[in-house]
Ligand binder design. Structure first.
Ligand code: NAD
Length: 363
């Protein structure tokens, strides 16, 4: 199969981790007789430096022309003081909106080899952590009007939080469909004791529930959900929530699984063209040192094969290679325990990539 992948290396550790993911894709293509072509796209701080814009129109057009987009990460302290609408992260928000990817799916799953890396007690981890957060991605407070005005002699800042029934319904359906493919349990998270947008959210979810009688729907307030994720994460199968709540809860969920460097994500809309990226940022503190964990990006590439290209065996081959390398005791710094580390080998970003490539097998 021939596929054109738009590649956004971005800033900080972005170029290092994407490099490893591309090598993994190349090895997979070679083994399974595919042809992946890559189109480089500038986005984020590097695009601001080069083009004066975090996502120039022609760069967005390259993404829209592709079969899917692979992204490292954008941003960094160098661009902290640029005006709000020119920040590197604005490029990412424009990309998500331009691609119409309204659903972000993040697995929170603990790899058995890394269970000791979880900050939670063994008794909690042993009950199992394996759930998905389905987050609305292109609506809500991040996309409402933002303004700071002078009122009665002081600055007043306003951020608008708006959701329509249609926006809630389309993400709600993804939540129910995802639950149907898993344990058939869906937890809808909102703040309906305070927010109108959440009351509408809850009403739409309950209307949809009639269409999915096999799915057990529950409601949870976002503050309680933040507590339950650390108290008993085994209770969750699929969580569906709005943009800002999902942003915060999915970072919390990633932390309990051990390292932010391990977790991939997919963002999809009405078409098969998706955006695939690790959940972490550009990690400027470790950029350029060849110590970043490339696994989150490599697993994002595997998700691309599975969800956008229907290449199940190829995705399995990558995930199994990651598992074999972890079984053999290789760890990047973020997943290398400071104690009880006998039998483990500390490796850098490129060596981790090389080991995974070496372990990709067909069948
Ligand atoms: P971060 O995720 O970049 O880093 C948080 C911590 O995790 C750091 O200590 C970092 O070293 C570590 N870390 C992250 N990824 C790692 C990896 N693959 N391997 C090993 N360690 C890893 O979050 P931050 O420090 O809050 O943000 C840094 C920059 O990234 C900011 O400019 C922020 O806006 C941006 N950001 C971008 C995205 C994105 O591109 N999608 C997401 C979040 C943050």
């Amino acid at each position: 199969m021939q596929k054109n992948i738009a590649v956004i290396r971005g800033d900080g550790i972005g170029p290092e981790i994407v490099e490893q993911a591309l090598k993994v894709l190349d090895k997979t293509a070679e083994l399974f007789c595919h042809n992946f072509e890559y189109t480089d796209v500038d986005m984020g701080g590097c695009a601001i430096d080069k083009w004066g814009d975090p996502l120039p129109e022609e760069m967005l057009a390259k993404c829209l022309d592709s079969d899917s987009v692979l992204l490292g990460a954008v941003g960094g302290p160098k661009w902290n003081d640029v005006p709000g609408n020119m920040r590197p992260e604005k490029g990412l928000l424009r990309l998500r909106a331009g691609m119409g990817v309204y659903s972000n799916n993040r697995p929170a799953k603990i790899w058995p080899q890394l269970s000791s890396a979880s900050p939670l007690k063994e008794s909690i981890v042993n009950k199992g952590i394996d759930f998905i957060i389905v987050r609305e991605l292109i609506g809500g407070i991040y996309f409402g009007t933002h303004k700071t005005e002078l009122a009665e002699g002081q600055k007043v800042a306003v951020d608008e939080l708006k959701y329509s029934e249609a926006e809630i319904e389309r993400i709600g359906r993804i939540g129910f469909e995802t639950a149907m493919k898993r344990g058939k349990k869906l937890c809808s998270v909102e703040k309906s004791n305070v927010l109108d947008s959440s009351r509408l959210w809850k009403a739409v979810m309950h209307r949809l529930a009639d269409e999915y009688p096999e799915v057990e729907l529950s409601d949870m307030l976002v503050d309680n959900c933040a507590m339950q994720i650390v108290k008993d994460p085994s209770q969750f199968d699929v969580v569906v929530t709005e943009n800002m709540f999902g942003d915060i809860l999915s970072d919390e969920a990633s932390m309990i699984t051990g390292s932010i460097g391990m977790i991939p994500s997919s963002s999809l809309g009405a078409t098969k063209c998706g955006l695939y990226e690790p959940i972490h940022g550009s990690a400027p503190d470790i950029a350029g040192k060849d110590i970043a964990n490339p696994i989150g990006t490599i697993l994002s590439a595997a998700m691309m094969l599975r969800f956008s290209f229907d290449m199940e065996k190829e995705a399995d081959a990558i995930e199994e290679a990651v598992s074999r390398v972890l079984d053999a005791g290789y760890r990047t710094g973020d997943i290398f325990p400071s104690e009880d580390n006998s039998g483990l080998t500390l490796v850098g970003c490129s060596e981790m990539g090389r080991l995974i490539i070496e372990n990709i097998q067909k069948g």
